[in-house]
Design a protein. Sequence first.
Length: 156
Amino acid sequence: MHALMRARPFAALVSAGSAGLYASHLPTVLKDDGPYGVIECHLARANPHWSDLAEGNESPMIFQGPEGYITPNWYPSKALHGKAVPTWNFAIVHAYGRPEVIKEKDWLLRHVTELTAQQERNEAEPWAPRGYVARHCGFPLCHHAAQRQVEDEPKS
């Protein structure tokens, strides 16, 4: 499960709060802390989703791996008796936890630095966030969630 979460770190964070349902798609960094790990991500302060997360309700993060339609034409049994139906193969991880809103500049700088290193690891000249984040630190609002349960739903 963690392998899929690291290979496909752009996840959907879903919550239900006083304003209704919200979904935000966010880049993540998965930490190996605790039995299921900790997912770190961040939201812009302008994103109203963070106020629902501040309520402390449980929220799933959904990581989607490879997927694909499977036509019944690929099954030899279709030619024999016609009893074949289409399907969809996929790999998905649902990670459940209670988000924590963090408004600390040092946390944000560390998080964005780690996220950048994760995503820019193959670049000859990686982007260096330190100066940028230091100048713009008042804008983003941070979030991270310790996971209480992680489920995978592979179907093939």
